[in-house]
Design a protein around this ligand. Structure first.
Ligand code: NDP
Length: 285
């Protein structure tokens, strides 16, 4: 039976430690960290993510402001709002919930956020710093994945890690972090022929594809470590499910993350950590 890494439990432990840390901030620094989340429109998944972030902030003692704007907001208005928040000394972290409506240039919006307040780690300067091995704010999902692997005692150095998916927010940065941890990394994507032959080579398999139950039992090596990033609706049951066919894969592997309760809670936990880091850098000058 596989060891199941519960992101829910690990994040609860980490949030309790952060809550104790933040409780001391008013005396130390005169205030607590302040995270501002901008939500454009009312996409149900985005609303649910933003609600989860607000709940986690409350648990940790971080001040959270969610600014809701209509789907029709212009790019100029959104950029104006970000400029105001950049200039606001009481704001430590700015997060624009993605995806944005099609009429808005997401890259331009992300680049407009003050890099020092970029708690998502998506700003081009943070991305460049990651790839140049310089200090930076790490993107939350890859950071959470590495934390899960380390906490579960998974050896990364010298192992073959296969990452399926090459998005800017998950696949690419998680591959870079695994590389930095001295794994041998293979990246696979929609143009990879015979994907199963590649994924079966993985000691550590990270799947970030966005297709329900995409990775079947015959695509994993026995004893592998499997990290399932996907958040999908099972077309049959309507319930949340990952990119990995959990029932088929779990009996074969040594370590696996569940969906829900795996990578998702760790992503939010790392957002809280990033907010505290940005706060501390600002208050300590
Ligand atoms: P993207 O849609 O940006 O990227 C998906 C990647 O999967 C692409 O690189 C694509 O390849 C690849 N892909 C698609 N189909 C196949 C296929 N048939 N075979 C191999 N590769 C394929 O998704 P994200 O990275 O943003 O998200 C992936 C999943 O993770 C989603 O379910 C998302 O909801 C979830 N997610 C979960 C988070 C969490 O905190 N738990 C955080 C962020 C995302 P190509 O580049 O060739 O098109």
């Amino acid at each position: 039976m596989a060891k199941i890494i519960s992101g829910k439990e690990l994040s609860a432990r980490l949030k309790a430690v952060m809550a104790a840390q933040v409780a001391a901030f008013p005396e130390q620094y005169g205030r607590v960290p302040h995270l501002v989340v901008i939500l454009v429109g009312d996409n149900p998944a985005s609303v649910s993510y933003v609600t989860g972030k607000a709940k986690a902030a409350a648990e940790v003692g971080i001040r959270n402001t969610t600014l809701r704007r209509p789907e029709t907001i212009s790019e100029a208005e959104l950029l104006g709002l970000i400029a105001e928040l950049n200039a606001d000394a009481d704001v430590d972290g700015i997060l624009v919930q993605l995806p944005l409506p099609k009429h808005i240039d997401t890259d331009r919006v992300i680049a407009a956020i003050d890099c020092a307040k970029d708690v998502d780690g998506f700003h081009p300067s943070n991305v460049a710093a990651l790839w140049q091995k310089q200090p930076c704010t790490l993107p939350c999902t890859p950071k959470g994945i590495l934390r899960m692997l380390q906490t579960a005692g998974v050896e990364i150095e010298g192992r073959h890690a296969v990452v399926v998916g090459r998005s800017n927010i998950v696949g690419l940065p998680v591959a870079k972090l695994l590389l930095d941890a001295n794994a041998t990394v293979t990246m696979a994507h929609s143009r990879t022929p015979d994907l199963g032959a590649v994924t079966r080579q993985a000691d550590i398999l990270v799947v970030a594809v966005g297709r329900p139950k995409f990775v079947k039992g015959d695509m994993v090596r026995e004893g592998a470590v499997v990290i399932d990033v996907g958040v999908n609706r099972d077309p049959e049951t309507g319930k949340l499910c990952g990119d990995v066919d959990y029932a088929a894969v779990e009996p074969l592997v040594s370590v696996i993350t569940p969906v829900p309760g795996g990578v998702g809670p760790m992503t939010i936990c790392c957002l809280m950590e990033n907010t505290i880091e940005c706060f501390l850098r600002r208050v300590n000058g």
